[in-house]
Design a protein around this ligand. Structure first.
Ligand SMILES: [Zn+2]
Length: 325
């Protein structure tokens, strides 16, 4: 596939922005706590491995022996660029809001490199082997962003930089961090799921049959993962189906306005070769059972069934759905 084709899919295939974001909260442990607290106090700490290598940023376990590492050392705030890439279009929340270089910097006294940004006027001002130093952020909180970026540095290269032992103790150490993770996608579901989604808008469920093993995939992915062949034969399934297995949900999800407890089930729609999942309503949660026959309930303007409710038919025989659990 050429880049042009990848950038411009056929117009009938759906595309939509998809943003995944969540705060990631982690406790730091003694090594990462000392590293980040050190940055707050303008001190860069690394660890010395059992083989004598100084690692910056520090790790908690020796990458060769897997032994726990606790020996902290202080390295210089100057260093050498070992490789780099120019970033022409900085994205929101990157270290600098103007074009900059991503650099790997081996700080003087360290044996491994740290990834960060280098403030330079253009790519012609950056080269492997160039000398740089830390530019500290004006306000520091105990985070990697306490290093605002690196900047070119003309000072002398130390002859034999010796990392100084450091006990890692600071007043008011940082014990944890919250990292805001955010992923921006342009999501395209592809040909098969586009057809599935379009059919849902007409309150129909359309899967695709494998030409080799005849299994009907719902939702379709465009290929049979067992046979490794494309599925092109569209098949309408349902609307009713059978509960193959289920769980009772007792924990209320954020941003989801459903009273607990409720039942979430795997439902094999009639004609489908595997189960999809959905919420079961219209029946007390403790009366839901394997084999229960259900049908979709649509809400006004809904793009997929809001939930499934009992049809009132007799339960399906176990043999009828045992391969779909
Ligand atoms: Zn197949």
């Amino acid at each position: 596939m050429t880049t042009a084709e990848a950038a411009a899919p056929p117009p009938e295939v759906l595309r939509a922005p998809l943003v995944v974001e969540f705060p990631f909260t982690r406790s730091l442990g003694p090594v990462q706590s000392a590293f980040l607290t050190g940055l707050r106090d303008r001190v860069v700490l690394g660890v010395r491995t059992t083989a004598g290598q100084v690692m910056v940023p520090p790790v908690e376990y020796d990458p060769v022996t897997a032994e726990e590492i606790r020996e902290l050392v202080q390295v210089a705030t100057t260093g050498t660029v070992t490789t780099w890439a120019w970033n022409d279009e900085p994205r929101p929340n990157q270290p600098l809001d103007r074009p900059f270089a991503w650099v790997l910097v081996t700080l003087d006294g360290a044996d491994t490199a740290l990834l960060h940004a280098l403030d330079a006027p253009g790519p012609e001002a950056v080269h492997t082997g160039m000398r740089v130093r830390v530019r500290w952020a004006a306000e520091r909180t105990g985070a990697i962003t306490d290093i605002a970026c690196f900047e070119p540095h003309e000072g002398p290269v130390p002859a034999e930089p010796r990392p100084a032992p450091h006990d890692g103790r600071f007043a008011d150490p940082v014990a944890g961090i919250v990292a805001e993770a955010r992923l921006d996608y342009t999501y395209s579901p592809g040909r098969a799921q586009t057809a599935y989604i379009n059919a849902l808008s007409g309150r129909r469920t359309v899967g695709e049959r494998c030409p080799s093993c005849h299994k009907v995939y719902v939702p379709p992915r465009g290929a049979c993962p067992t046979c490794g062949v494309a599925t092109t034969d569209q098949v309408e399934v349902g609307p009713a189906g059978t509960v193959t297995t289920y769980c009772v949900v007792n924990i209320k999800a954020r941003n989801l306005d459903i009273e607990v407890p409720y039942v979430y089930a795997h439902i094999a729609l009639d004609g489908a070769g595997l189960a999809l999942h959905g919420r079961i309503g219209g029946i007390p949660y403790d009366q839901v059972r394997m084999g229960l026959r259900v049908e979709p309930v649509w809400t006004e303007g809904g793009r997929y069934p809001d939930h499934y409710r009992p049809t009132g038919e007799p339960d399906a025989d176990y043999d009828a759905y045992k391969e779909l659990i």
